[in-house]
Design a protein around this ligand. Sequence first.
Ligand SMILES: Nc1ncnc2c1ncn2[C@@H]1O[C@H](COP(=O)(O)OP(=O)(O)OP(=O)(O)O)[C@@H](O)[C@H]1O
Ligand SMILES: [Mg+2]
Length: 393
Amino acid sequence: MTLKSAEYQEPESKSAPGRGTVVLDGVTKSFRGLDGSKVVVNNLSLTIETGEFFSLLGPSGCGKTTTLRLIAGLEQVDSGRILLGDRDSTGLPAHARNVNTVFQNYALFPHLNVFDNVAYGLRRQHVKGPELRRRVREALELVHMYEYAFRKPQQLSGGQQQRIALARSFVTEPSVLLLDEPLAALDLKLRESMQEELKRLQRELQLTFLFVTHDQSEAFAMSDRVGVMEGGSLVQVGTPEEIYLHPVNRFVATFVGRANFIPLSLVDGGSGSDLSTIATRRSDDRESVAIEKGTLSSGTTSSDSTEPTIFVRPERLHLYVEADSSPHQGPRVRGTIIDRTFAGGVTTVRLGVRDDFEVIVTCDSASTEVRDAAIGDAAYAVWSPDDATVFEM
Ligand SMILES: Nc1ncnc2c1ncn2[C@@H]1O[C@H](COP(=O)(O)OP(=O)(O)OP(=O)(O)O)[C@@H](O)[C@H]1O
Ligand SMILES: [Mg+2]
């Protein structure tokens, strides 16, 4: 079997670039270390549209910050091009690019008060007098911090400092804001409210936001589109829904949520049967065309490593104990309930299918399927073919 390249292919752009369009065209960057040169960003091509909220998502070390630094001009590419708006900006120094960056450690000037921190970039652009005061005031009002204008950074909480850093970054009206895990230092509650504020700000300012995070829920909550990176390459680009429901490979599937990969031979009626009754999508088919009848069956596989597996999210599975008749039609896998974990609204049930294989089912805690399920019961997990994807790798 030939494995498809796990790299995202950027389609041809249809429209003329707007002021805040970011185009990466085959961008590659290596760093020299003690053990030789290492490719950190690998032939990355991507177009981010004006006014889009785009997130780069990926594990630590996959090259997210380096990609941002290349766009900002804080690093220079080895090869490829970077276009900002309609201008080829490859090789331009940072100050000549109309982008601003907000870093995780927001680095406010400690000796300047809030007003002067926000005014700093404007003064460098020779803005002064009433216009300076108006623009600083408007920026601070947008982040709800105007009444703190005359405090010093150390008199503010982490979340308040973060908002000042944001105001400072957009007050100079860049076309693109680059945000490198700006919420990572905040506690969960504050992070969630800042996510909403960021989204609101982005809508009001209609700026292009390129946001970097390794937290999938954060990326999903805010973004129009998400690009998933692994080892310096873009693996998939899509809306949060596309990425979550139709990941192109196992890495994406498991990075953005819990996933079941059920070997075809364990599916009831799976062996040798028509796969279109088990799953309607294929992982190597990014256009989501239904599986043609009979294109694949477990009979075509020669070893375990190439046996097709069926990918289904835990919350798309329905559980029913063997003694009951199932209200759900569809393909299924049989096992024994080995554990159930109550987590408020949902209960997670582990179904042992084989000694070395189990399926996770997430159920509504108030549902009868959960009420009736006891540890040790024989049970089925059932799904709809529309919720399942065939992986051949
Ligand atoms: N200036 C540098 N010199 C050498 N290696 C570097 C340099 N900057 C980054 N790297 C290496 O490049 C790789 C990617 O780093 P990068 O900071 O882009 O990752 P990241 O995706 O932002 O990770 P994290 O989520 O931890 O911030 C890492 O292996 C890192 O050690
Ligand atoms: Mg980083």
